[in-house]
Design a protein around this ligand. Structure first.
Ligand code: HEM
Length: 503
């Protein structure tokens, strides 16, 4: 081969340019490493796995304990090859989610998320930028707006009647009800109604979505190895399972989109999410892949989070009979005697119910570490320079239980959120950095209104119609936690309902 022919001035320039890029990248990474080395960090970092071995089966608890010792505000841990900033104090949370929200609003790359959500084209995993902004706009203005949530009311009431019938049947037989399952099915069925309105139960779809979500949770839940060792993604069994799972989602959603497209509903308040997305697809330039990714997000982000919050609330009510009695008294006094069920108008006057919801989410935020964020530029947090490209975890669970921020932090005391109390002004909107069950800033959950009404309406009705007891011989409510796609109670909540007679 004639090398002289290859070594043209252009190719020499190209080699020189490549050399400069390599030098630039090496300098950049060594600068980042220098900055990381200045951050407080736990000892016992191992080659390759970093601090992964310290994270254990309940990462939110382990990270809180590590932070107390090694970095109460900010701490750097290495998860495999990924440097991760852990934020555990309200001040540091404010810095990353408000002061530098624009710099921390991206998401780290998730190989499994890429497969399931067509290259992370869903809202929750999309990197910060124009595409994500468009999706957020679609979701907040067309799918999850207060008006759209109100328009879904009849569907929620229909699902609620089915739940009440099921529980009433159990009272007749004096048998225990799996309340965890009741909440889980209700959360799923309410989303099904919102997404596919006129077709939810046809062909057992509710059940199919439930099963698909269960598999999704296994694929996306916990600390996923390929997130921390991206080079394993090609060899990884989970990724291969994700490919099959994606095909099942695609078949189901493609069929639903086709069915909707062949018979479009144009009356705004009657449109389900698929109708809405089809009606705005041209305006926003959405492909079928984009539509499917958004729909999957609604299921993924809206189902288990709601169910887990309800399950914890009911578990806490059973452990705290004083609170249960007080809540029951409020709910029963706000509803006209003899009414078939608590309706959404009744909820407005139930301030203790709202306080119970907040208190349940303070102690048990289902997204204990939020969804990981990613920084897109260098910035200073708590006196440390954080390099661009740093993964961020905010320990919302630790913030909610910080004894320096909350009176009797470990106690279930909804009164703290009632008018006149110290924390009465606390809301879900991410303005109080001790209390972030829905996150804060640009990436705050867009489903708060949807979640709150779903939570309140079923809890109010279950408390209104029934008195609840633990099954005979039960040792009490087991609060053992499990970490997955969210933090949930490990053991199903079995309770015996009795019809309340004084209504
Ligand atoms: C009690 C129920 C819920 C809780 C506790 C909850 C909590 C959260 C949290 C902690 C985040 C991440 C915030 C961050 O990254 O900083 C999030 C994001 C999100 N949630 Fe929720 N959520 C709930 C219900 C819902 C519902 C019902 C929907 C929709 C139907 C929904 C849709 C989303 C979406 C799309 C995102 C991603 C936002 C983005 O990345 O821009 N959530 N949620």
């Amino acid at each position: 081969m004639d090398l002289g022919a290859i070594a043209t001035p252009q190719s020499l320039w190209l080699v020189f340019l490549l050399f400069l890029i390599v030098v630039y990248l090496v300098t950049l990474s060594s600068r980042a490493d220098k900055l990381y080395s200045k951050l407080p960090s736990p000892p016992f970092k191992l080659p390759l796995i970093g601090h992964l071995h310290l994270v254990g089966s309940l990462p939110h608890v382990a990270l809180r304990d590590l932070a107390r010792k090694h970095g109460p505000d900010v701490m750097l841990i290495r998860l495999g090859v990924v440097p991760t900033l852990v934020v555990s104090s309200p001040r540091a949370a404010k810095a990353v989610l408000r002061t530098y929200d624009h710099l921390f609003a991206s998401r780290p790359h998730s190989p499994v998320g890429d497969i399931l959500f067509s290259g992370s084209t869903n809202i929750a995993f999309a990197p910060y930028g124009d595409y994500w902004r468009q999706l957020r706009k679609i979701v907040t203005t067309h799918l999850l707006s207060a008006r759209k949530v109100r328009a879904n009311r009849a569907a929620r009431e229909m699902e609620l009647r089915l739940v009440l019938d099921r529980v009433k049947a159990a009272t007749a037989a004096s048998s225990a009800v799996d309340v965890s399952e009741v909440f889980s099915y209700f959360a799923n069925d309410v989303i099904c109604q919102a997404v596919l309105g006129r077709l939810p139960r046809e062909a057992g779809r509710n059940k199919m979505f439930r099963e698909l979500l269960e598999i999704n949770s296994k694929l996306l839940g916990g600390f996923i190895l390929t997130d921390f060792f991206p080079s394993l993604a090609r060899l990884d069994l989970v990724s291969r399972k994700a490919v099959n799972q994606k095909k099942t989602w695609d078949d189901l959603l493609d069929d639903l989109i086709d069915k909707h497209a062949s018979k479009m509903v144009t009356v705004e308040d009657e449109q389900d999410f698929i109708d809405v997305l089809l009606s705005v697809r041209q305006e926003y330039g959405l492909t079928n892949h984009n539509i499917k990714a958004i729909l999957m997000d609604m299921f993924e982000a809206g189902t288990d989070t709601t169910y887990v919050s309800l399950d914890y609330a009911m578990a806490e009510l059973m452990r705290n009979p004083r609170v249960m009695t007080k809540l029951q008294a409020e709910v029963r006094s706000c509803v006209t005697k003899g009414k078939e069920m608590v309706t959404e108008e009744d909820l407005a006057s139930m301030s203790y119910l709202k306080a119970v919801m907040k208190e349940a989410m303070r102690l048990h935020p289902s997204g204990a570490l939020l969804i990981p964020h990613l920084s897109v530029a260098e910035c200073d947090v708590e006196g440390y320079t954080i390099p661009s490209g740093t993964r961020l975890m905010v320990n919302a669970w630790a913030l909610g239980r910080d004894p320096t921020c909350w009176e009797n932090a470990e106690e279930f005391m909804p009164e703290r959120f009632m008018e006149g109390a110290m924390d009465a002004a606390c809301d879900f909107q991410g303005n109080d950095f001790r209390f972030l069950p829905f996150g804060s800033g640009r990436r705050i959950c867009p489903g708060i209104t949807f979640a709150a009404v779903t939570f309140e309406i079923i809890l109010a009705n279950l408390i209104y119609h029934f008195d609840w007891e633990l099954p005979e011989g039960s040792p009490g409510v087991d609060m053992t936690e499990e970490y997955g796609i969210d933090v949930h109670r490990k053991v199903k909540l079995l309770l015996v309902p009795r019809v309340a007679h004084d209504l």
